[in-house]
Design a protein. Structure first.
Length: 188
């Protein structure tokens, strides 16, 4: 972050008045056509007379790529709760990952089948039968969700959830892939 701040401060000194956008566009064009990471064309570069990397013969040392960060792993238990021909959905919070989207109910922890049934019971759905347990991984840019999904037949459909048919889920409540893959696995 400090490097970006330093570069921004240096650019402020050389930006032409009332032409910052054009200058930025020219820098991007220079980087895309002349000052490329794998095969820079230094001899054709209009900045070679004041380029420090060229002057010190260190052109190939740039750009410096940071090592990729390890993805944070989150264990999640997902509930595919079914009452008759409808499935329970909830809406995610308005901030954070997948904000504001529909989802299957889920908890940030790994549960075995017995714990999942007790948790489903605490939702007020009165579990009747555990149909299926599915394990899936969904990878985001910085997080790896390791998910265990329990498909549970329920006796009740409490209003804490939105209950929708498979058709409604497909057309009205489009689920992110992280959750849709469980729904699709049970409808095969």
């Amino acid at each position: 972050m400090q490097t970006k701040t330093d570069i921004a401060a240096q650019l402020e000194k050389v930006y032409p008045k009332n032409a910052c956008g054009q200058f930025t566009q020219a820098l991007m064009e220079l980087g895309a056509t002349i000052c490329t990471p794998k095969s820079p064309k230094c001899e054709a570069c209009p900045a070679k007379d004041f380029c420090q990397a060229y002057a010190h013969n260190t052109v190939m040392n740039y750009p410096v790529k940071l090592p990729k960060k390890e993805k944070r792993i989150e264990e999640r238990t997902v509930f595919l709760l079914q009452h008759e021909d409808k499935y329970a959905l909830t809406k995610r919070t308005e901030s954070g990952l997948l904000s504001g989207l529909w989802q299957l109910p889920n908890i940030l922890s790994k549960m075995d089948a017995e714990q999942a049934l007790r948790t489903a019971d605490s939702f007020g759905v009165q579990p009747i039968e555990l149909y299926q347990q599915l394990n899936r991984v969904h990878i985001f840019t910085h997080i790896r969700w390791q998910m265990t999904c329990y498909h549970i037949q329920c006796a009740q459909a409490p209003s804490d959830f939105t209950w929708a048919t498979a058709q409604e889920i497909e057309t009205t409540y489009a689920l992110p892939t992280a959750f849709r893959m469980f729904f699709e696995a049970t409808s095969d």
